[in-house]
Design a protein around this ligand. Structure first.
Ligand code: DX5
Ligand code: ZN
Length: 225
């Protein structure tokens, strides 16, 4: 099943609770939580206390994307504050395998991601240790950017590599494939056709009529499930 994971980076933080209920009521299965440290990426967003408050407010699957250097330092805290899945950047970890194992140990699901300039092949050793692989379709750090065209080929390449290494592209025990950055109602169907099954979208959901935007995404996602 395809999932929609709206990124709250584009939400109105004065009305966060209300907007989270709105995307849930309109069918989103997850919520994407972008953590930025001002070092791995130029900007700073939000962290543990905000996650903890959201956890009290919703039963949505909380998909935490850590754009921070040496994320192993914080995986325990994010798990404690209510993450259901923690995704770390391949480029941000001194020891990727150890970081993924540290996430697994907390009991939450494990995700790995790469920046647009990093080749998909670096993920090969980690495919069997993760629940989700995120292909960044913009340079991480800001919402509202344009999707990089090479993303479609990267997703196709990843699915082919998954088939080679794991013996299947989809199904039980096969990691989800997420795409994040510049996703909108015009390109989402092509991203799903390329092999993405978990769709992050910030501005295309939270700017304008949130209910109507979410419903339009869900129609496309369910038609292609
Ligand atoms: C970018 C973040 C994204 C961002 C997506 O660094 O990881 O999750 O919020 O926002 P849009 O959909 O506006 O590109
Ligand atoms: Zn993100």
């Amino acid at each position: 099943m395809n999932w929609l994971s709206p990124s709250i980076l584009a939400a109105d933080f004065n009305r966060l609770g209300e907007q989270i209920h709105c995307v849930r009521d309109c069918g989103a299965q997850a919520l994407h939580f972008d953590v930025m440290d001002g070092l791995f990426v130029p900007s700073i967003s939000f962290g543990m206390p905000v996650l903890e408050s959201i956890r009290k407010e919703t039963d949505l699957f909380l998909d935490v994307h850590l754009m921070i250097r040496e994320p192993i330092r914080y995986v325990g805290e994010f798990a404690r504050c209510g993450a259901d899945l923690i995704t770390v950047h391949y480029e941000a970890c001194q020891d990727v395998a150890q970081t993924l194992a540290a996430i697994r140990e907390t009991g939450v699901k494990v995700g790995i991601t790469i920046r647009p300039e990093t080749p998909v092949s670096v993920l090969r050793p980690f495919l069997s240790r993760v629940d989700l692989i995120l292909i960044m379709s913009v340079n991480p750090g800001f919402g509202g950017q344009k999707l990089i065209e090479g993303t479609y080929d990267k997703i196709r390449e990843l699915r082919a590599m998954m088939e080679e290494v794991l013996g299947a592209r989809t199904g039980e025990g096969i990691p989800r494939v997420e795409v994040d950055g510049g996703v909108n109602l015009d390109n989402v169907a092509y991203l799903i056709a390329a092999g993405a099954d978990t769709i992050v979208t910030g501005s295309a959901v939270f700017r304008g009529d949130i209910a109507s935007n979410t419903k339009k995404f869900m129609e496309i996602l369910s038609a292609q499930s």
